[in-house]
Design a protein around this ligand. Structure first.
Ligand code: NAP
Length: 239
C-alpha cells in the first residue's frame, strides 16, 4: 500500500482529498495543525469505509517540527503522494496590509511547501515513482484585489511547481498545481454570498471539495503519468 500525505487534511478541501485518496487505496496521513479533532474524526470516517488513515500534527511553517515528524516516518517507507494543500488567506487592500499579514500568508503556502516537500524528495526519487500536487488558487492566475499576499504566495507555488517538475521528470515523479476558483468551504463561507457567486462564476455555483478531490485523485493515478509541470484550473468557467 502506498502512502499519501495531505497537508491541511483537517480543512474542507483537504478532507475531501483524504477521502478520495483513501478510497483509491492509499494509506493517508491526514495532516492537521489546530484542527486535530476534525482530522481524528476523518480517520474514523475513512476506517469505517474500509480505508486506512492516521493523523500527523505539525505547523507547516516550523521547519524543525516538520522534519521531526516526517523524517522518522519516511525511514520506514517513502511518502509517494504529497498534496500540499495547507493554506490561509489574510486579506487587506495593499496600502493597508500589515507586514505580518504578508509574511504569514507567504509562510504557510510557500515556505510550508518547502518545509514539507524537501524532506520527502530523496526517498521519493529513490523509489522512482511519485506525485506532488500543490493546491494553488485562481488568485495566482487572475489576481484578486485584497489578496496581493495570497496571490504572490500561490503564484510562487506555481513557479516552484514548474521548476521541480523539470528536475524530477526523469524519475517517474510528476509535479502539478491545481488552481481552484470558488469552492464551498469554511474559507469561502464568510467571503462570498450566493449573489456574488452567481455574478462571478459562469456555472452560477461554487465548486465542491469533492470535485477538487477527484482531480487530485486523477493526477495521483497512473493514468496521469504524462501530465507534469501544469497549473490546472477548476473554476466553473472563471477563465
Ligand atoms: P480551510 O478549510 O480553511 O483549510 C485550511 C487548512 O490549512 C486547514 O487544514 C489548516 O489546518 C491548514 N493550515 C493553515 N495554516 C497552517 C499551518 N501554519 N500549518 C499547518 N496547517 C495549516 O481551507 P480550504 O478552503 O479547504 O483550502 C484548502 C486549500 O485550497 C488552501 O491552500 C487554499 O488556499 C486553497 N484554495 C481554496 C479555495 C476555496 O474556495 N476554498 C479556492 C482556491 C484555493 P488546521 O485547521 O488544522 O489548523
Amino acid at each position: 500500500m502506498k502512502n499519501a500525505l495531505v497537508t491541511g487534511g483537517s480543512g474542507g478541501i483537504g478532507a475531501a482529498i483524504c477521502q478520495r485518496l483513501a478510497a483509491d487505496g492509499y494509506h493517508v496521513y491526514i495532516h492537521a495543525n489546530n484542527g486535530v479533532k476534525s482530522a481524528l474524526s476523518l480517520v474514523d470516517d475513512i476506517t469505517a469505509d474500509g480505508g486506512s488513515a492516521e493523523v500527523l500534527v505539525f505547523d507547516v511553517t516550523d521547519n524543525k517540527a516538520v522534519e521531526e515528524i516526517l523524517i522518522p516516518l519516511i525511514e520506514q517507507q517513502p511518502i509517494q503522494v504529497l498534496v500540499n494543500n495547507a493554506g490561509i488567506h489574510d486579506d487587506a487592500i495593499f496600502p493597508g496590509m500589515q507586514a505580518a499579514q504578508w509574511h504569514r500568508v507567504i509562510d504557510v503556502s510557500l515556505n510550508g511547501f518547502f518545509n514539507v516537500t524537501h524532506p520527502l524528495m530523496m526517498p521519493m526519487i529513490r523509489s522512482r515513482w511519485g506525485r506532488i500536487i500543490n493546491i494553488s488558487s485562481i488568485a495566482s492566475l487572475a489576481g484578486n484585489a485584497g489578496q496581493v499576499n495570497y496571490s504572490a504566495a500561490k503564484g510562487a507555488l506555481n513557479s516552484a511547481t514548474k521548476s521541480l517538475a523539470r528536475e524530477v521528470a526523469s524519475r517517474g515523479i510528476t509535479v502539478n498545481a491545481i488552481a481552484p476558483g470558488i469552492i464551498e468551504t469554511n474559507m469561502t463561507a464568510s467571503t462570498f454570498n450566493t449573489d456574488d457567486i452567481k455574478r462571478m462564476v459562469p456555472m452560477k455555483r461554487a465548486g465542491t471539495a469533492a470535485e477538487v478531490a477527484d482531480l487530485v485523485g486523477f493526477l495521483a493515478s497512473d493514468k496521469a503519468a504524462y501530465i507534469t509541470g501544469q497549473i490546472i484550473s477548476i473554476n466553473g468557467g472563471m477563465v
